[in-house]
Design a protein around this ligand. Sequence first.
Ligand SMILES: Cc1cc2nc3c(=O)[nH]c(=O)nc-3n(C[C@H](O)[C@H](O)[C@H](O)COP(=O)(O)O)c2cc1C
Length: 205
Amino acid sequence: MKKSFLSRMTDLGKVKDRAAFSDMESRIKKHKYGSDAFMNILESRYSCHAFNHLPVSASKLEMILEAGRMAPSAGNCQPVRIWVVKSEDALARLRTIHPCYNAPVVLIVGCRNEEAWVRESDGVTAAKTDAAIVLTHMMLTATDAGLANMWIWDFDPSKIREILPETKDHGIYGMLAIGHPASHEGNPTKLHDQRKPLEDLVKEL
Ligand SMILES: Cc1cc2nc3c(=O)[nH]c(=O)nc-3n(C[C@H](O)[C@H](O)[C@H](O)COP(=O)(O)O)c2cc1C
């Protein structure tokens, strides 16, 4: 008998807490679905709270930025901007308001409501959603490139605009710290393994 979508998901949850798609039976049997490479990226990503001094290569950084450029946006409005903080001077200024865990590269992601698609029904702009997609693309690409990374959101955006005036005409959405993990302190935290069970996350209607 054909199983319902939710019960398929629950079965898969036992395998690896993953969602299910209809054409993936053979991969499921191998305890994988979709592309193994992509799942490996998702599984190996974690928030790194301490970086060492090793630099990020120019080619990896370029690949990460290209991944941000490829991100979709509502109405293809592309309201997102990225500032690469990697010079000694800019890093020092940024660290006066957030330590950024000593990362050698920090990508500041900003957006402008004025440039974003606005939903007619309630007037909500897609700018922050678009920014989150850009950041996610870059986060996963950094992971794929073998780089540790950390999504930083707990800061005062107005202070960023103050210390890095190049950003002053944009809303500052978030930051992505990138680099190599410091031994021990740069390992995943306990929170990394804590996720709600699939039943709490998904409801079949
Ligand atoms: C939108 C967003 C904002 C976050 N902001 C911060 C932050 O400002 N400081 C911090 O220590 N962690 C931050 N994190 C990391 C989360 O705490 C972390 O993703 C969560 O605890 C799960 O751990 P994991 O990423 O290692 O799987 C943020 C994550 C996301 C997705």
